[in-house]
Design a protein around this ligand. Structure first.
Ligand SMILES: Cc1ncc(COP(=O)(O)O)c(C=O)c1O
Length: 425
């Protein structure tokens, strides 16, 4: 390592240890984390000039890869005019983005609140659901991840992240994911109180859990039967990631409220969105238009980026590429898994949202740094650290997927050497 690179690493690490998050800094160092320098397309370079294929994809942010030229140009054009909004005047880019979201999202989803993150999009959805229904309760699922602000955390499904902040939002009931009978029982126990049922069409941070076909349809029917709203959190699954523009299209089910974020601006600007039907929006906010607002939400830079990103997504047909490359990756990983049944329990996913469940989370501690050493970035899932996630940009090529599969096999061989089968005993 050159002297400059060493200094760059040491300074950044020490700053993290001292000023950002001391404990996380240590864990990241142990996991072999390096310092990111720059990125283009599916490739990231570190402080030493080493190059990596980004198969973690910012946990779904980099759908278009890094720094897509069309999105960069759109943001530069907007910046030359105006950065943030006055909020006292109309912002053209916000109007255009909301119109585009109404056109692109399924069914009668029409009115958008544009936020700065996924968790804010969820807050917007929960508040709108209460205001629109005059009901208090939410149904959510174990293992779910909806963000870490209070409301979003309350409907997330991992006690470890919730307990230190109790009491959270009251009247949130959790049931197991992909369990229609449990959801029905919760509705039956509170027939007049459920404002909304909030669910990810595929659980991302829960460990890439794909529900059985018919689950989303059954949720729609339950919400209709009990007069509740259906919220689909497509923050991670939406925008081509799962081989459809939105993952709920796999079953053709339309929610009353949908949340988006991560890939919405093509990986250039922070943004989120909560899109609802006109009927729901009017029931909640028609007479109180200032009930839910945000200073930075809907700013022209983020909206310009998102508008261009949505155009690229469609024109380059990236959802189809997610399907084709996703199939290559899924089948390749499943084939590898057959040769390593003591280390890999299951491979699952849809499109380019793929999880590899290990038999023991200790293996992740070897596999992740080992893959990094060979130039492939992957990550675990937040609520299930036994699952490695593969979530590359939707522009990923056949050769890049092939390279990733080669590296997975190499890393498994190292894990076997390191542990034998001791982690299983
Ligand atoms: C499904 C889902 N919802 C919400 C969020 C929260 O988004 P953010 O981290 O932008 O607040 C995430 C983040 O991982 C997510 O995966």
């Amino acid at each position: 390592m050159s002297e400059d690179a060493r200094e760059n690493y040491d300074e950044t690490y020490q700053n993290y240890r001292r000023y950002v998050n001391p404990s996380l800094a240590r864990v990241m160092k142990l996991a072999g984390s390096v310092v990111e320098s720059h990125a283009q397309g599916s490739t990231v370079w570190d402080h030493q000039g080493k190059q990596y294929l980004d198969f973690a994809g910012g946990y779904g942010v980099f759908t278009l890869g890094h720094r897509h030229p069309r999105v960069v140009a759109a943001v530069e054009t907007q910046l030359a005019l105006m950065g943030l909004a006055t909020k006292t005047m109309f912002t053209p880019a916000l109007g255009l983005l909301a119109k585009r979201l109404a056109e692109d999202t399924p069914g009668a989803l029409e009115i958008s609140f544009v936020s700065n993150s996924g968790t804010e999009a969820i807050e917007a959805a929960l508040k709108l659901a209460r205001a629109a229904t005059n009901r208090t309760h939410f149904l959510a699922t174990w293992g779910a991840y909806h963000g870490k602000t209070f409301g979003a955390l309350s409907v997330s499904g991992r006690e470890r992240y919730q307990a230190p902040f109790a009491p959270l939002l009251p009247d949130v009931l959790h049931v197991p994911y992909d369990d229609v009978a449990a959801m029905r029982a919760a509705f039956v126990a509170h027939p007049q109180q459920i404002a909304a049922c909030v669910v990810e069409p595929i659980q991302g941070e829960g460990g890439i859990i794909v529900p059985h076909d018919g689950y989303l349809t059954a949720l729609r029917a339950l919400c209709d039967e009990f007069g509740a709203l259906l919220i689909f959190d497509e923050v991670q699954t939406g925008l081509g990631r799962c081989g459809y523009r939105f993952a709920c299209e796999h079953e053709g089910v339309v929610p009353d409220i949908m949340t988006l974020a991560k890939g919405l601006s093509g990986g250039i600007m922070p943004i989120g969105a909560c899109i609802s039907t006109r009927a729901v929006w009017e029931a909640g906010y028609k007479h109180e238009p200032l009930l839910h607002t945000s200073t930075f939400g809907g700013n022209p830079l983020a909206c310009a980026a998102a508008l261009e990103a949505l155009a690229v997504l469609e024109e380059e047909d990236l959802a189809s590429n997610a399907r084709v490359r996703g199939q290559q990756l899924l089948l390749g990983l499943q084939q590898i898994a057959q040769a390593w049944p003591d280390i890999i329990a299951q491979v699952r996913g849809r499109g380019l949202l793929i999880g590899v469940e290990l038999t023991h989370e200790g293996y992740a501690g070897v596999l992740l740094p080992e893959m990094l050493k060979h130039g492939i970035i992957v990550a675990w899932t937040l609520n299930q650290q036994r699952v490695l996630r593969f979530e590359p940009p939707l522009i990923i090529t056949e050769a890049e997927v092939t390279r990733c599969l080669e590296v997975v096999a190499l890393a498994l061989a190292t894990a076997r050497e390191r542990f034998g089968s001791s982690l299983l005993s």
